[in-house]
Design a protein around this ligand. Sequence first.
Ligand code: NAD
Length: 309
Amino acid sequence: MNVVVTGGAGFIGANLCRELLSRPGIGDVVALDDLSTGSAANLAGTGAELVEGSILDPALLEDVVAGADAVVHLAARPSVPRSLADPFASHDVNATGTVRVLEACRRAGTHLVAASSSSVYGSVTDLPKHEGLPTRPLSPYAASKLATEAYVLAYGPAFGLPALVFRFFNVYGPLQSAGHAYAAVVPSFVDAALRGEPLTVHGDGHQTRDFTYVGTVARVLADAVEREVTCPAPVNLAFGTRVSVLELAHQLAKALGSAIEIRHEDARRGDVRDSQADDTALRALFPNLRATPLEEGLEETVRWFRSLA
Ligand code: NAD
């Protein structure tokens, strides 16, 4: 079975390429990536082939997807603050780019697994978030991911495309980049702590997130590819753990074996207050799943950051 991973040189993409190529049923894995936020170094030692280019290039897409049995569509312009800085850029890649990927899959008759985001729930305050809740995006990023999933799910009834969309929550783990303005909370915390600097918490720190270890996400995505799983509705990919940002800092101090200092800054525009997944749909589709617990995942993440020093 041959697989194309768009955004395959990114954080989740490169972890997925490694997972796919560890499975005997998988043949070739091609990572299609423009390296805008990903890097070729992430794929070192995975065995995946990197094709450098954009999902906005239809001829290239058609060429890459032609020999594939499945496409995992992860390429996107990530992050809420990035989308506030340049909404059009997020729309182009996340919405228009998704239609490009869908068209290539439709022509090739390829199974598609795509990434949406828990940010689509936005201002809906119900917890845990189940997929039947309304969506109320709070940022251009969230709106563009809602477009991603709406397009993918429309291609089933419209064209018979076999597809599955996951809503990722807060994914963390090795290969996630730190040290830039748009970095996610876990790599920012680990990076600062290892430098002996205070951890920056936006707002009061009591906002909550459902953290998912990237190894678990990669296993679910690879299972979805191998079993050709489809679903007519989006599926949360997280496990209902609700951890505040301050609690995350505390758990990280344990994983590091040292004390940490916290500095508060203003809350960020576009961020949701609380997030926690209902995992009923995920468990029904993937009954044998074991999610890596936060404590274990943070230890792995710290180990990886230390290996970079
Ligand atoms: P990432 O930035 O590491 O990966 C995105 C990849 O897409 C990068 O390698 C980037 O270079 C590539 N890319 C961007 N524009 C492209 C284009 N036009 N053509 C080809 N490649 C392009 O981010 P990630 O965290 O690995 O995110 C992967 C997917 O998961 C994204 O769709 C993102 O929206 C979604 N997601 C991630 C999280 C999370 O917590 N990390 C949460 C929700 C959703």
